[in-house]
Design a protein around this ligand. Structure first.
Ligand code: ZN
Length: 185
């Protein structure tokens, strides 16, 4: 089911998400809703807090952005842990479905080692690189209440202040359903 995406300013985007029990009867539906909502919004990743569910689950399908030499990857991450990150960082222009209309260059480690349960509840430990490593880090941040704009310099954030205020006030449109949970920030 396509669910509305929670906008910047909603408290759930700043909360630390809770671990999920693999036996949680809601889990299969949550994962399906994340896929439906992500594809409907033409996104490459979506975390449960972005549909208002403060649980440690996100989905990634960045195949449309992967280069031909990369192994195509699509996957579900349940209770993920980032075990280590590569020492080298690189810039990439990121956006976020919860912060429509803002794209900024963000530096992140080029690789990441993650432990997680996959969609079959099998424990995985994998090293990711390229765009997949980028999306994983962005989505993982959503589970700890962090957003990509937090990495911007104070000057850059100052320049975005008005736009962020508009989003917080729900004065924003996007080609997918939005959920405005208004709150002063
Ligand atoms: Zn995001």
């Amino acid at each position: 089911m396509i669910r509305p995406i929670v906008l910047y300013g909603a408290p759930v985007l700043r909360q630390k998400a809770s671990p999920v029990s693999p036996e949680d009867p809601e889990l299969p539906r949550l994962i399906q809703d994340l896929w439906d909502t992500m594809y409907n919004a033409d996104g490459v990743g979506l975390a449960a807090p972005q549909i208002g569910v403060s649980k440690k689950v996100f989905v990634v399908d960045a195949r449309q952005l992967q280069s031909p030499e990369e192994e195509p990857f699509k996957g579900v991450f349940i209770n993920p842990k980032i075990l280590s990150t590569d020492p080298v960082c690189a810039p990439y222009e990121e956006g976020c479905l919860s912060i429509p209309g803002i794209r900024e260059r963000i530096y992140r480690p080029v690789g990441v080692e993650v432990e997680y349960l996959d969609e079959n509840l099998v424990l995985q430990r994998r090293h990711f690189t390229g765009i997949v490593a980028r999306v994983i880090q962005h989505e993982y941040d959503h589970l700890i209440g962090q957003l990509f704009i937090d990495y911007l310099s104070p000057l850059k954030r100052q320049l975005l202040r008005r736009r962020l205020k508009e989003i917080t006030a729900g004065q924003v449109e996007a080609p997918y359903p939005l959920q405005y949970v208004g709150r002063a920030h």
